[in-house]
Design a protein around this ligand. Structure first.
Ligand SMILES: Nc1ncnc2c1ncn2[C@@H]1O[C@H](COP(=O)(O)OP(=O)(O)OP(=O)(O)O)[C@@H](O)[C@H]1O
Length: 615
């Protein structure tokens, strides 16, 4: 039925957000097929805080330079001491070293807190853009995906980007800088010892590449598995009642275990293989350490280098491999964050609802005339779901849509509200082609009362006010009275301030429908779409609903997906759909006289209802 329809009474989010997104959404962006592309797009977010980022980079340069200076000073001090320069300079060296290490701590602290600010700002923007994008996407996007999987992109994937930006990104930059600086000073002090230190580098690079080539896809797989699991959890939590009702707990648990195991597998391999990196680095590190100490000692005996230089090299050898180690470690985190960012950008690259540009105007006044002229539509490329539909609904008329399941009743309504764009033919409201009317303007003249109208977590008052956000309390109450909802609301302990659980938990099915009617009443639309309830509701509530609906429909053009003969009989026009075609149209009497499909339906199905109702 209408499961996937979101009632588009008004934008529930500030226009500015939608507007912003609309503007940026129009810019053509490259698809994030490759990591460098993804990094480039991440950079476009980071670059919005250029000044802070520059400060961070300056601090990184300082702290890297100070990290280089420390060992150098130590080596010089040792050489001076061995040459017997006396005790006094030691105090100065100690003071100098103290200042250097204190400066190094201060600069890295500053670099950290500023980077956190930049990172948080970046993910704040990404999250906002993604959320706005999610609300600019067409209904078809949601019908193809699990909600939890989409949620996972907004939460997990963005969180991944956030934590990486917080720590890894700067660490990588700092490592590259320290590495370069170390190499330059090492070459300056002793090219031979530098060469010795370098012997392990090809092994490190080769080892790292071998490992990261394997971990990259594994991290990507892990993010995907995580999304799958989240999607499943979300689905099973919201479908709790159905699962219990059909005793499907075992099957759900089995499926969950399978998805959970998939994450365990991908995480296990990703972490096991990447966990090998520090071990390999450590081994190579110690190896280079031994080489420098051993061969350096021999060189010192022959007077080629001083003891101070060996000490500097031993320190640098550590300092040299540490950033390499860090790089290897952070690289994995970075890979996982890029995988996350890629999934976020994937959604951002989805096609939005076709843009409202090119002469599309809002509409001022709507009397409610609706006409379809030779309209065709198909969801996929395999055949038409609706074929050559033509009819006219005059303002204030009640149109009943009837036909077997899958005939296309819901689809027809979805085209009218432009949840989907039709193919050939013209749909017009007040003789204006809806393709030339701005979508939000068009939808503001329509309201929906669905079988399972969505109620948000919040007060009853807010849920009714969703029909018109600027409505006063008096107007809300008035709408509730007309909808026959007032009396049940006032019987609730908190009345209009009663908080409803997610999806309207806490009130009955019938009461939810009364609230949906009140909400539509408040929206005061010219065109109304009703999906008549098929589930049975107690007679008293049913009568209240019918009465509320009668009031709501008065003076508005109403499209009712009708299941009750009473409703169908009252209709000014009945549209009989079968396999996507409008095979008959007219009122109850004329259609019965025709003796076609409608009369078959009537005598085969509806007549029983008629007799039950004493008709
Ligand atoms: N999102 C979708 N993607 C692809 N096909 C769809 C989609 N929604 C509906 N269909 C198909 O389009 C056809 C018409 O569906 P529609 O929901 O309009 O029928 P309906 O008359 O409202 O049925 P019911 O009375 O059961 O709600 C069906 O064959 C259905 O399978």
């Amino acid at each position: 039925m209408f499961k996937e329809l979101v009632e588009p009474f008004r934008h529930p989010y500030p226009k500015s957000v939608i507007q912003q997104q609309g503007d940026s959404g129009r810019k053509k962006r490259a698809k994030a097929k490759d990591w460098s592309g993804t990094l480039g797009r991440l950079w476009s977010y980071l670059a919005q805080r250029k000044a802070k980022l520059t400060l961070v980079l300056v601090m990184v340069v300082f702290s890297s330079a100070l990290a280089l200076l420390g060992p150098y000073l130590l080596g010089t001090a040792i050489d001076n001491y061995l040459q017997g320069s006396g005790g006094k300079p030691w105090a100065w060296f100690l003071l100098g070293l103290g200042l250097i290490y204190a400066g190094s701590s201060l600069t890295s602290w500053l670099q950290n807190i500023w980077m956190i600010e930049v990172a948080q700002e970046t993910v704040y923007r990404m999250r906002s853009d993604l959320f706005a994008k999610l609300h600019a996407l067409p209904i078809s996007f949601y019908s193809k995906r699990q909600q939890g999987e989409i949620m996972s992109r907004v939460t997990n994937d963005i969180e991944n980007v956030s934590s990486t930006l917080n720590s890894s990104a700067i660490q990588i930059f700092s490592s590259v800088l320290t590495l370069t600086g170390t190499i330059v000073v090492m070459l300056y002090l002793s090219p031979i010892l530098t060469l010795l230190t370098f012997i392990v580098v090809p092994l490190m690079v080769f080892g790292m590449r071998w490992i990261t080539r394997r971990t990259g896809p594994l991290y990507k797989q892990r993010q995907k598995d995580l999304g799958n699991l989240n999607g499943y959890i979300e689905e099973t939590l919201s479908g709790q009642r159905m699962i219990k009702a059909f005793s499907q707990e075992e099957r759900v648990l089995r499926e969950f275990r399978a998805r959970n195991a998939a994450i365990r597998r991908s995480s296990f391999w990703a972490q096991t293989i990447s966990g090998f990196i520090p071990k390999l680095m450590n081994f190579l590190n110690n190896f280079s350490f031994a080489l420098v100490a051993g061969i350096g000692g021999v060189l010192a005996i022959y007077g080629q280098v001083t003891v101070g230089v060996i000490i500097v090299f031993v320190e640098y050898a550590r300092q040299f491999t540490r950033p390499l180690n860090d790089l290897a470690n952070q690289w994995n985190t970075l890979l996982s964050a890029i995988a996350g960012a890629e999934r976020v950008f994937e959604v951002m690259d989805e096609d939005e609802e076709a843009s409202d540009e090119n002469g599309v105007q809002p509409i001022d006044q709507v009397t409610g005339k609706v006409s379809f002229s030779h309209v065709y539509f198909s969801y996929e490329s395999n055949g038409d779901t609706l074929e050559d539909i033509s009819f006219t609904a005059e303002p204030g008329e009640m149109i009943a849509l009837v036909g077997p399941t899958g005939a296309g009743k819901t689809t027809l309504i979805q085209l009218l509200s432009r949840f989907y764009e039709h193919g050939r033919g013209t749909i017009a409201i007040d003789d204006r082609d809806i393709a030339a009317i701005r979508r939000d303007s068009l939808r503001s003249y329509m309201a929906f009362v669905l079988q399972d109208s969505f109620l948000f977590q919040g007060t009853i008052r807010d849920n009714i006010a969703f029909g018109r956000l600027d409505a006063s309390d008096v107007e809300i109450e008035e709408a509730a009275r007309l909808a026959n909802a007032h009396s049940f609301i006032t019987r609730l302990p908190q009345g209009y301030d009663q908080i409803l659980g997610l999806g309207g938990d806490g009130i009955s099915q019938g009461q939810k429908q009364l609230l949906a009617i009140a909400r539509a009443m408040l929206a005061n639309p010219a065109i109304l779409v009703l999906d008549e309830a098929t589930s049975s509701i107690d007679t008293v509530t049913e009568l209240k609903i019918q009465e509320g609906l009668q009031r709501l429909m008065k003076g508005r053009t109403s499209f009712v997906i009708a299941h009750r003969l009473n409703t169908i009989r009252q209709a000014d026009k009945i549209l009989v759909l079968k396999e996507g075609q409008l095979i008959e149209q007219g009122n109850h009497t004329t259609l019965l006289e025709q003796g076609g499909f409608y009369s078959e339906l009537y005598y085969g199905h509806f007549q029983e209802q008629d007799e039950e109702n004493g008709g």
